[in-house]
Design a protein around this ligand. Structure first.
Ligand code: CTP
Length: 403
């Protein structure tokens, strides 16, 4: 899966022969999993039809401030469009559009949307070589660059005029890889290594039975996805769950027992920047596993359980630079127990789940947690979807990573 997957891309097309290449550009963006909406300047429709672009983007193509639908005038809200987008790509960006962007003119929907947009803007200039090298164009590009617009450089080659030189719009493949690289490098956790434990552990009694718990792993998997989308390289050490991961930044290590989880943790903890222990590890395991199925008899069966390693405690004892996050699941005296865990396990953040709260705990899509920071301040969060809880936890880490 690409970093562009799920991104909302607004593609602005201005008038230039390179507009014909936007059909491939839309196709490539959609193939990467992006949702694409297209805005065209009125003159750009001479170079490629809105029908082609709406078919490829699967969205209505916009060009005018107002349109008529069933005899009713409809306003195309440029403010909403600007807020909808995760990124605004203007390709091709003609010399005229670049000049108008620089001076804040907005005599068409594309320019009005540019002025309203809050998201990062990228432009792929396309024009003849003399226009590209003209003092005014260079000055305009510099001004846009200074205010944070990313310029995807034009490429060298044969131009529509027959001249050869710089000015061709970057090839659609190059635009897509520029966007991917730029998004990745500007991601807050780019080059950060994050290790997450998730799910239950299964401690075998015999070949068919085990000691486990109700954990589904949902919280840990959401955390892995959020961290990956923030640009981190994530190792997800997962106990048995039915969940799947689908992000190129996530490497999954499947384990069954607490011992196996600790072995995996020992392999990656030293290199990690952030470690989050969200797994519901079984505290005890049978002293020995029977290699044949235990047969039923009239007598009671007694199992001797011995302690499992505590992975979070091991991380707390061995941590150097790592930001360490633990979870606590409590049924009573929640805050007292959680604060003790926070200190005993040497965490930087503890996430308290209280099973006594409705909508929190195992098997629910929602969770109600309280964050406990290093100074033992408590920050109760509202009951919310586990995905949003994962985002809140990562935001807390982002804000306190260097404390
Ligand atoms: N944890 C762990 N290894 C264990 C037990 C727990 O890494 N063997 C981690 C969990 O992933 C969690 C934190 O420790 O981040 C607290 O887990 P919890 O089950 O709430 O507490 P325990 O330490 O097991 O104590 P108790 O069960 O007595 O509450």
């Amino acid at each position: 899966m690409s970093i562009l997957s799920g991104k909302k891309v607004l593609l602005g097309i201005s008038a230039g022969i390179a507009a014909y290449k936007t059909a491939s550009l839309v196709r490539l963006l959609v193939k990467q999993g992006a949702e694409v909406k297209v805005i065209m300047t009125p003159s750009s429709k001479q170079f490629i039809t809105p029908l082609t672009l709406s078919t490829l983007s699967k969205n209505h193509v916009l060009s005018e401030f107002t349109e008529t639908h069933d005899d009713n005038p409809v306003w195309n809200n440029h403010v909403d469009l600007g807020l909808w987008a995760d990124l605004f790509l203007i390709a091709p960006a003609s010399a005229n559009t670049i000049a108008k962007m620089t001076s804040g003119q907005c005599d068409n929907l594309l320019l009005a949307t540019y002025l309203s947009a809050k998201c990062p803007t990228y432009i792929a200039p396309a024009m003849d070589l003399d226009m590209y090298q003209h003092h005014s164009t260079l000055e305009n590009l510099e001004k846009l660059c200074d205010i944070g617009v990313a310029i995807i450089p034009a490429e060298e080659g044969e131009l529509a005029s027959g001249l050869v030189g710089y000015g061709r719009m970057a090839e659609p493949e190059h635009i897509v890889s520029y966007l991917s690289d730029h998004l990745l490098h500007s991601a807050p956790w780019y080059q950060k290594k994050v290790v997450i434990t998730a799910g239950p552990t299964h401690e075998p009694i015999d070949p068919v039975r085990f000691i486990g718990n109700h954990s589904t792993g949902t919280m840990g998997y959401h955390l892995a996805d959020v961290a990956a989308k923030l640009g981190a390289a994530v190792t997800l050490i997962s106990g048995p769950t039915s969940l799947k991961v689908n992000h190129p930044n996530i490497v999954i290590q499947n384990i069954m027992t607490a011992e196996e989880m600790l072995t995996q943790m020992k392999l990656c903890f030293k290199e990690s920047d952030i470690t989050i222990c969200a797994a519901a590890v079984s505290d005890y395991k049978p002293e020995s596993m029977s290699h044949v199925k235990l047969k039923k008899s009239d007598a009671n069966l007694e199992l001797i359980l011995v302690k499992n390693p505590d992975i979070l405690s091991w991380c707390g004892e061995n941590k150097k630079k790592q930001f360490l996050v633990g979870f606590a699941l409590e049924t009573h005296n929640a805050l007292t127990y959680a604060k003790a865990k926070m200190q005993n396990k040497n965490c930087d953040l503890l996430v308290l789940n209280s099973l006594s709260d409705a909508g929190a705990g195992f098997g629910t899509t929602t969770n109600q947690v309280t964050l406990i920071d290093k100074q033992l301040n408590t920050i109760p969060l509202e009951l919310k979807n586990k995905r949003l809880v994962a985002e809140d936890i990562c935001e807390f880490i982002l804000n306190h990573y260097n404390d």
